[in-house]
Design a protein around this ligand. Structure first.
Ligand code: ZN
Ligand code: FE
Length: 244
């Protein structure tokens, strides 16, 4: 549990931008603002001033709002050092093991290459909270655009080892498609079948299915549950062409 306020802001067709506010310090951070407009509107509505942007990777649906947010608020932008050439708005380049803060809350930077070569995660371990960008999704994982199955397998192993109660904030609403694939990839898994029904109910009502938890992903995510890089690779390739 955490005393941070974490607000989900839908953007584009299926992105989620996360607005994080610490009521003690009154600091506000936005994670992966692909679009500035809804972020600035939500912060304004709540009376929050954005002081920082944290980027997990360079893709435009995660960084496209950086410049406008910086222009409007003077926010400091932190993101992966390895992708600084692709994030021209970056102020603070981050490496594995670095930390960033919101008030007294510390986020540990974890390198997670795979979806992109420099992708990073922000783990607030004392808050049992992790922002995973496009690395781990509810019942899925990111596509391997710039990395290898071995790298993504290592990411999944590291995430699976986190405490089960950890809340996982991913950057897309892909769960229904991931769940359909999961029922095919792991057909005898009763937890997947049950979650598929829950996800269908939520989506039919127009509700979000994230954040998720590490415990729920350990039970139902075919990529987190893969027993080898080879199995992860086979599942990732099958999902890439899956039409469920
Ligand atoms: Zn991406
Ligand atoms: Fe994305």
């Amino acid at each position: 549990m955490t005393d941070l306020d974490i607000v989900r802001i839908p953007a584009f067709t299926d992105n989620y931008i996360w607005l994080v506010h610490d009521p003690v310090s009154a600091e506000t951070v936005v994670i992966d603002p692909g679009d500035a407009t809804p972020v600035l509107a939500e912060a304004e509505r709540r009376g929050w001033t954005i002081g920082q942007v944290w980027n997990t990777h360079w893709h435009a649906d995660h960084t496209g709002g950086n410049a406008a947010i910086k222009a409007a608020t003077g926010a400091t932008i932190s993101g992966p050092a390895a992708e600084s050439a692709k994030i021209p708005t970056l102020d603070v380049p981050l490496e594995d093991g670095d930390t960033v803060r919101i008030g007294a809350h510390v986020a540990h930077v974890i390198a997670a290459p795979g979806h992109t070569a420099g992708h990073i995660l922000f783990h607030l371990s004392d808050d049992a909270t992790i922002f995973v960008g496009d690395t781990l999704f509810a019942m899925g994982c990111g596509r391997l655009f710039e990395g290898t199955p071995e790298q993504m397998f290592a990411n999944m192993q590291r995430l699976a080892a986190l405490p089960g109660e950890t809340s996982v904030y991913c950057a897309h609403e892909y769960t229904q498609s991931n769940a359909r694939f999961a029922t095919v990839a792991d057909p005898d898994n009763a937890d997947i079948a049950a979650r598929m029904r829950d996800v269908d109910t939520l989506r039919a009502a127009g509700e979000a299915t994230v954040p998720t938890t590490i415990a729920l992903e350990r039970a139902t995510n075919p990529f987190l549950r893969a027993d080898s890089a080879g199995q992860l690779a086979a599942r990732r390739a099958a999902k890439d062409s899956f039409r469920g």
